[in-house]
Design a protein around this ligand. Structure first.
Ligand code: GDP
Length: 429
């Protein structure tokens, strides 16, 4: 019963899309278990680049069945926009290839309006949300007033709930945030016409996945965001509203832990972060500019939706060790190793210093990172261009040493590295 889990070990943007793409070529079901259209997976196949925010990125392989699990929040408008864009690339994806859990929650225009109003009211304490209504949709879920995909099956009851939901949001927008309210009739009518089109996609996805596993078919669970953005285990409050870690797979898909075969942690060869929050290995100045890139390459470190420069720094092995522990990682995939070529010296953060003491583990978890200074080990860099390398033995000695140091510090084997964005630019060990 092989269940493979692929997830990010940092603050997202690790390059999960391309790793999922590789693993899903060998899987039969590809499933998202958390989050919504706040993810951004990029898969480059030859000349074509697919950007998927909501639909599992493994769907670009025509033999797969895609699952949107009950742990997700689904914006119907994004869902259909992505189906259309897949069609322009000749990827057919109708209800026979995509299944949405009855238990997934729906994101509405009211959630988006609340997201914007809340973030604006935070002033200089912004969380840096993507503004897609994810947080408010999960808030409604937790306070048991959410709209679930299964509600669509009774149209009249759904319309009633939708009206009540938008009216309730209007009261908050108006009284709490002094923000413009939504036109209940117009917004409900427009939204319902898109949302009701989801009905043919609805299924008991937990049962579907369970049966597939029982028949020995491979299921790939595709994480969105990264470990340090997990609502419970991340750098709270600078986190997303869902369970990004391996634990989220079980509740988010409706499964038990028994079928797990592998938990693969996708890790960028350096550290990046979008938005606010602590970042002990953060760099500024020339080195930061070098790691970030100018924005001229598609993979340079600028936000996909906002274009904002990402914060960058050296790889933090204290945080990676933590990610290995909380996810139960069985293997690592290190991405963007090519970006480090040409740097004379590389640094790895092994431990932190605070209050005259050395800390190899976080005493109070990643939510309490303030005041910890990174302690580094310096390693020689390499000058070779890695983008053409396809065999492990061809990697420069200094690159191998960098990978070995990561492995030794984290206690998890590096299974492969990527050396460019294209599908073929991966080196398996
Ligand atoms: P995700 O959010 O973790 O899925 O990250 P993405 O899949 O969006 O990847 C971020 C960017 O890095 C995309 O533009 C990818 O094409 C690019 N990328 C992924 N792996 C590599 C790599 O090994 N080298 C380079 N140069 N770019 C990569």
């Amino acid at each position: 019963m092989p269940l493979q889990i692929i997830l990010g070990t940092q603050w997202g943007d690790e390059g999960k899309g391309r790793v999922v793409d590789l693993f899903s070529s060998r899987a039969e079901l590809v499933a998202r278990y958390n989050g919504g259209d706040n993810a951004g997976h990029t898969v480059t196949v030859g000349e074509q680049t697919f950007k998927l925010h909501l639909i599992p990125s493994g769907i670009v392989h025509p033999h797969t069945l895609g699952i949107l699990g009950g742990g997700m929040v689904v914006n119907p408008l994004t869902f259909f926009a992505e189906l259309d864009s897949l069609r322009t690339f000749d990827v057919a994806a109708g209800p026979e290839r995509l299944k949405i859990s009855h238990a997934a929650h729906l994101i509405t225009p009211a959630h988006k309006a609340l997201d914007a109003a809340q973030e604006a009211s935070r002033g200089s304490d912004k969380i840096g949300t993507t503004g897609r209504g994810i947080g408010p949709a999960y808030t409604d879920k937790a306070s048991r007033q959410g709209l679930r995909a299964g509600d669509l099956l009774d149209e009249a009851a759904f319309l009633e709930k939708l009206h009540a939901h938008i009216r309730a949001a209007n009261r908050v927008l108006d009284r709490l945030f002094q923000a413009p309210v939504l036109d209940v009739e117009r917004v409900s009518a427009e939204y319902a016409s898109a949302a009701l089109r989801l009905r043919p996609f609805l299924a008991d996805t937990g049962l579907l996945v369970h049966r597939a596993l029982a028949e020995g078919r491979t299921v790939l669970a595709e994480g969105a965001q990264g470990t340090l953005l997990d609502l419970d285990l991340g750098t709270y409050p600078f986190v997303t509203s869902s369970a990004t870690t391996s634990g989220g797979v079980f509740s988010g898909l409706g499964l038990g832990a028994r079928p797990v075969e592998a938990v693969i942690g996708v890790t960028k060869a350096f550290q990046t972060r979008v938005g606010s929050g602590p970042f002990p290995t953060e760099l500024d100045g020339e080195m930061a500019e070098r790691l970030r890139g100018t924005g001229s390459n598609p993979w340079d470190e600028f936000g996909t939706t906002t274009g904002r420069p990402r914060r960058v720094g050296w790889l933090d092995l204290v945080l990676l060790r933590y990610a290995a522990r909380v996810n139960g990682l069985t293997g690592l995939v290190i991405t963007k190793l090519d970006v480090l070529s040409g740097l004379p010296e590389l640094r790895l953060c092994y431990a932190y210093q605070r209050g005259g003491e050395r800390w190899e583990e976080l005493p109070y978890g990643p939510a309490d990172l303030d005041g910890y200074a990174a302690e580094y080990e310096d390693l020689p860099g390499w000058s070779e261009d890695l983008t053409g390398i396809r065999r492990w033995a061809e990697l420069p000695a200094a690159a191998l040493r960098y990978l070995e140091r990561i492995e030794a510090a984290v206690g998890v084997p590096v299974r492969m590295v990527s050396v460019g964005p294209e599908r073929s630019q991966i080196v398996e060990r």
